[in-house]
Design a protein around this ligand. Structure first.
Ligand code: VG1
Ligand code: CO
Length: 543
């Protein structure tokens, strides 16, 4: 095997965001760009000599080419065994589990998740460490520092890896295993949920629709829902992964999965619907006429966890990202278990999971998961909701309404403001941070600010501190407004404003969340001075 050391010069922009390095495909395809980032990982994220490493992606445009480069560089950097999902595909949760099951040093996840794909779209890469979770902030900082002084990368002439031929083959001095990732994933799901009663439900007159959005979950959903559980053909729609996701935006939310919302609002709506995102780590849960908010989903799963085989012994604790609604806090208080509040980004849950402090975690953007993996897991959440429906005989609206009657409702909505000039966006956000001290007592849209702070997270496991993780504003009626800047975009800046209104259990908890939180949104826009500083009078997106 011929290993070449190729001279190169640093790219200044290779700082990973919330979920790895995401850039336009055209940027990733510049000569040496991907190579530099990969070499920085090989140089700084562990000893790759003789190591086992996992690789796969969400199937977006450039996935296969990037995997070939990765294989050549892995061989050159001494990797002994490379495990790749067949066709170069691995969902993010399946990759996380595989890293753990195979005791790999880590894994390369080629995904930009919900960002659009195709030649004009985005590409992304993140590195997960031996625990199966995304590299910590410290490791990520080392990788970034390494990119800044890189002068060479190593690449080996091993020919082209056949990604579609299952089995183990030698390329240069490296063994490449091309595996079917669905089998192991399905076995894990079978150990957590009662497949007999879910199967019975799905084979009855119960009708379900799962939208794979032409992304990676299609094959997983077909195997589990249709082949193993007996759901009728046609249950999984948009099932084949496409390099451009069929031109769509594989983000499971009411805007990008509007077709599904429409189906569930119609007269002929099925009993249950769900969608997942590009890399299979997020989920959206729908009942007839109802989209379950991410915070409610986490809260319902936590409150009913002992009904499922995998969680029948109860939960050690729960965690939610800071902007996620506080619905789960109420459940944790009732159960007498701890509830942790972490910054956005799944990596912050990993220490808690690893230390056994929590079993369920959830994010504000339709992401939920548990101790079975170190990433969020879309299909897992769908199976959890199916199992709860099978166990209780209630449908989604029934489960949600029972929950609100018990705990009250945390109506939740997100307003996004896209600011084309990133620098202006950063200034606006800095302005909000700077104004925190003056917000208390301020009035807006009939509400008074009771508390405001810049969120800083002290990791209880490793003691690390992550500051500037968003601004929290609590109002005297226990409503809440949260501001943060998106870390996954590839152009401009997106200010995300999360709105939450608490409705007590003894009152009327019905109504559309967007309407129920509209006045909070108005107050938030004024606090951020968005009209004045960015000329924006209304959100560019409401989710
Ligand atoms: C978004 C979500 C965040 C999530 C991140 C990665 O980040 O809001 O909750 O952790 O995507 O998820 P941001 O910084 O744009 O708000 V995924 O499914 O893209 O891996
Ligand atoms: Co994702």
């Amino acid at each position: 095997m011929n290993v070449q050391s190729v001279p190169t010069t640093p790219f200044p922009d290779q700082q990973p965001g919330t979920a790895g390095l995401r850039r336009k495909v055209a940027i990733f395809r510049q000569p040496n760009y991907l190579q530099n980032f990969l070499q920085a990982i090989f140089d700084s994220a562990g000893d790759f000599h003789g190591a086992t490493v996992v690789a796969g992606g969400d199937g977006r445009y450039f996935n296969r080419e990037a995997l070939q480069i990765l294989a050549q560089m892995a061989a050159a950097n001494g990797v002994a065994r490379l495990i790749i999902g067949i066709g170069g595909l691995l969902s993010t949760p399946a990759a996380s589990m595989l890293i753990r099951q195979r005791a790999a040093l880590g894994g390369f996840l080629l995904t930009a998740s919900h960002n659009p794909g195709g030649p004009e779209g985005d590409f992304g890469l993140k590195f997960n460490t031996a625990s199966g979770g995304q590299a910590s902030e410290a490791v990520t900082a080392d990788i970034y520092q390494t990119t800044r002084s890189l002068s060479r990368y190593l690449i080996a002439n091993i020919g082209s890896v056949d990604l579609d031929r299952p089995g183990e083959h030698r390329y240069g001095s490296m063994r490449v295993e091309v595996i079917d990732p669905v089998t192991g994933y399905a076995a894990m799901m079978e150990s957590l949920f009662d497949f007999d009663r879910i199967g019975e439900l799905l084979r009855s007159d119960f009708r379900m629709r799962f939208d794979a959005m032409h992304a990676v979950t299609g094959p997983y959903a077909e195997e589990i829902l249709v082949r193993r559980l007996g759901a009728p053909a046609g249950t999984v729609i948009n099932a084949s992964p496409l390099p451009d996701f069929g031109g769509g935006h594989p983000d499971p939310n009411p805007v990008d999965a509007a077709d599904l919302v429409h189906i569930m609002d119609g007269d002929d709506a099925p009993d249950f619907a769900a969608a997942s995102d590009g890399d299979g780590d997020r989920n959206m849960i729908l009942g007839r006429g109802l989209v379950v908010s991410p915070g409610d989903s986490l809260a319902v799963l936590a409150a009913n966890a002992t009904l499922t085989p995998g969680y029948r012994d109860g939960l050690a604790g729960v965690a939610r990202s800071m902007p996620t609604s506080r619905a789960v806090d109420a459940v944790a208080a009732r159960l007498g278990i701890p509830c942790y509040e972490t910054p956005t980004g799944w990596r912050f849950f990993c220490n808690l999971l690893e230390a056994g402090l929590v079993d369920l975690c959830g994010e504000e953007s339709f992401g939920t998961s548990s101790s079975h993996a170190r990433e969020k897991d879309g299909l897992w959440a769908v199976l959890f909701w199916l199992d709860l429906q099978a166990a209780t005989g209630k449908d989604v609206p029934g489960l949600i309404q029972a929950h609100w009657r018990e705990y009250g409702r945390h109506a939740f909505c997100r307003h996004d403001y896209f600011i084309p000039d990133a620098e202006t966006g950063r200034k606006i956000f800095a302005g909000i941070e700077g104004a925190v001290g003056t917000l208390v007592g301020a009035q807006g849209a009939g509400v008074t600010v009771g508390h405001a702070d810049v969120f800083s997270y002290h990791d209880p496991v490793d003691g690390s501190i992550s500051d500037h993780q968003g601004v929290r504003v609590t109002l005297t009626d226990d409503s809440r407004i949260v501001f943060r800047l998106s870390g996954t975009g590839t152009a401009g800046a997106t200010l995300r404003i999360y709105l939450e209104r608490f409705m007590p259990p003894d009152g009327d908890c019905s109504g559309d969340a967007a309407v129920l939180t509209a006045d909070l949104g108005q107050a938030a826009k004024d606090m951020a001075r968005l009209s004045e500083l960015a000329g924006l009078d209304r959100p560019t997106g409401i989710i």
